[in-house]
Design a protein around this ligand. Structure first.
Ligand SMILES: C[S@@+](CC[C@H](N)C(=O)[O-])C[C@H]1O[C@@H](n2cnc3c(N)ncnc32)[C@H](O)[C@@H]1O
Length: 253
């Protein structure tokens, strides 16, 4: 098995080692480390600004992302905060505090992402566009379509959109929404696929602007050299990297 990559941030490493599993949530540690490292890559490439998560829940993934921010950058946590009960918002805020994300570094937004306008969302970040958006809200085809439209309208130059629960056996129609979106938005392409760790820590797709693809991929070939699955992903005709902890190929002899 390949190792989990270094996130590039001491605070993220400490949280992944000591806090991540204690916060109730669904995303994998592998995906959190990859996404934190991608945030570092953006910083290295001069891309700065706020980030957001649609579907913050109790904060497991959100806290990892927030620890990867540069000084002065903030993280927006959006959720309807009703499931499984309304106290989930208090647990989100308590988890952020407990794991080192102070109130001035985050904004808690209790809202239906599907009913939000781009101006409303960026308004929570002083009107700045977002450099990273993790989409992990309602898992219906229609809702993902709306969340993708919102994320695209709010995306900064060099920004990344990360989609959770892709290729998940429980949500097969999400892939249809992604295909429709990619066809309708030719300026956005898949940058990489982060393979699943378990059925709960599911696969994520990372999308970027077409103009940024080569630049990001060139750096990722080195950064994630140990996690690259050799065959890559065929998005017909676009190809992108597959990052996995299991980089074996099928034995054919
Ligand atoms: C799978 S959980 C997110 C898990 C979390 N990102 C993590 O990694 O631990 C999905 C979340 O999306 C939220 N959600 C569902 N529909 C939503 C909507 N329309 N707007 C905002 N959040 C929504 C749910 O309340 C739930 O907390």
């Amino acid at each position: 098995m390949a190792p989990i990559p270094h996130s590039g941030h001491p605070a993220v490493e400490a949280y992944l080692a000591e806090g991540y599993d204690s916060v109730v949530g669904m995303s994998s540690r592998f995906a959190a480390a990859v996404c934190a490292r991608l945030l570092r890559l953006q910083t290295e490439e001069g891309v700065a600004g706020p980030i957001a998560e649609i579907g913050a829940f109790e904060g497991r993934f959100f806290i990892a992302l927030a620890h990867a921010l540069e000084p002065g950058e903030i993280a927006l946590g959006i959720d309807i905060f009703e499931w499984p009960n309304p106290q989930v918002k208090d647990r989100f805020e308590a988890n952020c505090l407990k794991h080192g994300i102070a109130p001035e570094r985050r904004v808690t937004i209790k809202a239906d992402a599907g009913a939000m306008s781009p101006a409303e969302l960026t308004g929570h970040a002083n009107g700045d566009k977002l450099r990273f958006i993790h989409v992990d809200g309602e898992h219906s085809r229609a809702a993902l379509g709306k969340d993708l439209a919102l994320a695209t309208a709010c995306l900064a130059e060099g920004g990344l959109i990360v989609l959770d629960d892709m290729l998940h056996p429980g949500y097969p129609t999400l892939m249809v929404a992604v295909q429709e979106y990619l066809t309708a938005n030719p300026d956005i392409v898949p940058l990489c696929i982060i393979d699943r760790e378990t059925i709960v820590g599911a696969t994520k797709f990372v999308l970027c602007q077409r103009d940024w693809f080569e630049r990001y991929q060139a750096a990722m070939l080195t950064i994630f050299a140990e996690q690259i699955w050799p065959l890559g992903a065929d998005f017909e005709p676009h190809w992108c990297l597959v990052l996995s902890l299991d980089t074996r190929l099928a034995e054919i002899t």
